[in-house]
Design a protein around this ligand. Structure first.
Ligand code: HEM
Length: 399
């Protein structure tokens, strides 16, 4: 890879997306990057970093120059989900595969899932009835998203507990792990076996009203092939799980630490207010960054990024850009934060945004209605991931 020559890029304050500092509190470094090195080369990971809102947005829109086909993480996990993962594709194949899922994840369809999401939340909260000290990540914020996706996929209830635990374990990545572990690979294979069994059941004539049936129909009419079930299904599980868990967990943790008054989050119906959800998405982006690969030499702010280079898009920094959001480091629940880039931009814009917002609106509305007082009993513990910013443990007292 060509080493950068500009002083602007090789400034002495190092940013490493995999450092401990980036894991604990990346925001001061993002601020420094935006101001002093908006196009930064991180030699330790051989990756270029864009941190300003306009630059990240423009690059995400330009999929011809910044392709997803080289994978969107640092190199270790590229290709893990296998064929059918439209996150790692460009048009035209990307658009064909994505279309298989758009109706079922549209805003209109999502409205019809409201009672299912509410019932799932109530079921989870009933499980802690009578307890005063709980870990809200393990009982609610990390369970509701994955259960919801498994139900939308149409997995049999009997397979649900195993599928939920297997999905969570498959996605849990120790910080020092280089590539998927043997355990993650084994769980991946077992999950794919389950999805294929269910798709084959539908192809044999036992249809249902669910995502697995949509895929079986797409196989029948030649839109997708059976091999692509793996990547498509694992993407839905992975993309919708830790991301939404993090959004919910970040809000719960802010309430538990006293940073935010839960009543200020709620609307008249007792659900979470949409602007409050947008503000948390902006303030602490669940997906901090993802990558692209430059297909040709590209120039950003006068700096040349060489063809073949991996380019890291700092969504979380874009969302704190003072040129777009005034007082970006302050949580303002009445701000219009809807321009945030937390769901990406362009052709890969998050398919699950309406679902993620529905789960958060209803799931946390139900939680705060049942427990007006939620107080932290210990520090929450962060996911080991450097990409996903959220918690895998939020110990609290509820009343
Ligand atoms: C707060 C929750 C969520 C956040 C922050 C989030 C974030 C994102 C981001 C940043 C992207 C763009 C990736 C890129 O540019 O390469 C994306 C794509 C995607 N998301 Fe989400 N997501 C969330 C929830 C969900 C849910 C609930 C689902 C549903 C199953 C989902 C499914 C997807 C899919 C399938 C894609 C790929 C779209 C494509 O490549 O065309 N996400 N998400």
């Amino acid at each position: 890879m060509n080493a950068p020559t500009s002083r602007a890029m090789t400034a002495d304050r190092a940013y490493d997306p995999l450092s401990e500092q980036s894991h604990l509190d990346p925001y001061p470094t993002y601020s420094w990057l935006r101001e002093h090195a908006p196009v930064y080369y991180c030699a330790a990971r051989d990756v270029w970093v864009l941190s300003r809102y306009e630059d990240v947005r423009a690059a995400l829109r330009d999929w011809n120059t910044f392709t997803s086909t080289g994978g969107v993480e640092l190199a270790d996990y590229v290709g893990f989900f296998g064929a059918g993962n439209c996150l790692e594709m460009d048009p035209p194949r990307h658009d064909v595969l994505r279309k298989v899922f758009t109706t079922r994840f549209s805003t209109k369809a999502i409205k019809t899932y409201e009672s299912m999401v509410r019932a799932t939340t109530v079921e989870l909260l009933d499980g802690i009835e009578g307890a005063s000290e709980v870990d809200l990540a393990s009982v609610l914020t990390n369970r509701l998203p994955v259960l919801t996706i498994c139900r939308l996929l149409g997995l049999p209830e009997a397979d649900m507990p195993w599928a939920v635990e297997a999905s969570i374990d498959m996605m849990t990545r120790p910080p020092d792990e280089v590539g998927p572990s043997a355990a993650a690979q084994r769980l991946r294979a077992q999950l794919v076996e389950l999805f294929l069994r269910e798709v084959d059941t539908r192809l044999s004539g036992v249809w249902s009203d669910d995502v697995l049936s949509d895929m079986a129909h797409a196989i029948q009419d030649g839109t997708m092939n059976r091999d692509e079930v793996q990547g498509a299904t694992l993407l839905l599980i992975a993309a919708g799980m830790e991301t939404t868990s993090s959004l919910m967990g970040n809000i719960v943790s802010a309430v538990a630490s006293g940073q935010v008054d839960p009543q200020a989050l709620l609307d008249d119906a007792g659900d979470l207010r949409p602007p409050a959800i947008d503000e948390f998405l902006r303030y602490d982006s669940p997906v901090q960054w993802l990558c692209r690969v430059a297909t040709a030499d590209a120039e950003v702010r006068g700096v040349r990024i060489p063809a073949g280079a991996r380019v890291l898009m700092l969504y979380a920094s874009a969302n704190r850009d003072p040129e777009v959001f005034t007082h970006p480091d302050v949580i303002n629940l009445d701000r219009d934060g809807s321009r945030n880039l937390s769901f990406g931009e362009g052709i890969h814009f998050c398919l699950g945004m309406p679902l993620a917002k529905l789960e958060t609106r209803i799931g946390l509305g139900e939680l705060f209605a049942r427990y007006p007082r939620i107080i932290a009993t210990d520090e929450p513990r962060r996911y080991p991931s450097h990409i996903i910013r959220g918690f895998d443990s939020i110990p609290v007292r509820v009343a």
